[in-house]
Design a protein around this ligand. Sequence first.
Ligand code: LMR
Length: 397
Amino acid sequence: VWSKVETGPPDAILGIAQAFRECQDDRKVNVCVGAYRDTQGKPWVLPTVRAAEQKLLENDDPKDYLPIEGDTGFITEAVKFAYGQNVDLSTVAAVQTLSGTGACRIGGEFLAHFWENKNIYIPTPTWGNHWKIFKECGLETHPYRYYDRSTNRLDLIGFIEDLEAAPEGSIILLHACAHNPTGCDPTLDQWKRIADVLERKGHLAFFDSAYQGFASGDAERDAAAFRYVTDRKTIPVLLAQSFAKNFGLYGERCGTLSMICSGEEERQRLLSQLRCVIRPMYSSPPRHGSSIVKTVLSDSQLAPQYYEECATMANRIQAMRELLVKTLAEVGSTHDWSHVSEQIGMFAFTGMSEEMCDQLTKDYAIYLTRDGRISIAGLNDSNIRYVAEAIHAVTDG
Ligand code: LMR
């Protein structure tokens, strides 16, 4: 009966991760998916996450359903993490989501119902799933210029021009920090110019924040651009927040979708509609990940320890980024890799072509996305020279 169903395309990121798992080559290296690995190439469960799990076990934490909008205690901690400890909670309507993807989807569905202008502008390049999520919500997806491949730097002029040209009141998708895949963020001065246009055009800023704390190692610093835009109070803001990377809670699917509102009465109205979006989709969110984040962030001992652990991950990635550039020079690459040193976050956006990426996978069993993105977290002292030599061979060869 299903003979007319054609095979769907593999996912541009997770499809490659699957190919890596199936690869039999001993040399194989996974720099595809943005998931943290330690110095031994192993996943790392943060000690504070384990400590929180221990507490949950000792406290006999129940397995009951959460409310449709999620765990209030978790949401409060998550909102303070993103907006700052002094945020007025009555001005933020927030729900728990299935990590950042779920937050984008809930936000997109909400906007498709309640925001008049259905045009959403998405940076080029971006995390590939953004396009699919917002299209599935019924929004009209359009690209805006973000990154100039000829200079390997931000295309601020193109960015601003495209925001100016978008119809008034468009939805603008923005990466809060550590832009995926380029690792190239506007400076705070540049954010000011971007915010000026958002404000003048009445655009809505939809921030995707998947790397707070993970970019610089300082969660406060990584929130600066987002807080700058929200603090202007003249730009409608939505925030999709993920705890996958900064807490290492990839499989727990834990995040929030929030939006600024005028006060308690409006907050209750927005929450009621967000519940109406969530209930027919998945009823209510899973509780384990949110219980962990809530336990860690509300504990006076675990919270500071957590911030140190997050910085440990960010610092290791930063060290690997510098080592990659240094090793490329050591193995004889004459390319200018300075953009890789300047980028931040999980990824290096190398500038390699699709053909070069394919050759890395075919000849060297190095698995990366075909846009030339390397997940720096997959690099360590044991494989970095091999990867640098291979990159040198395909780029200088
Ligand atoms: C990535 O960009 O590799 C991560 O965000 C994982 C994913 O879901 O694509």
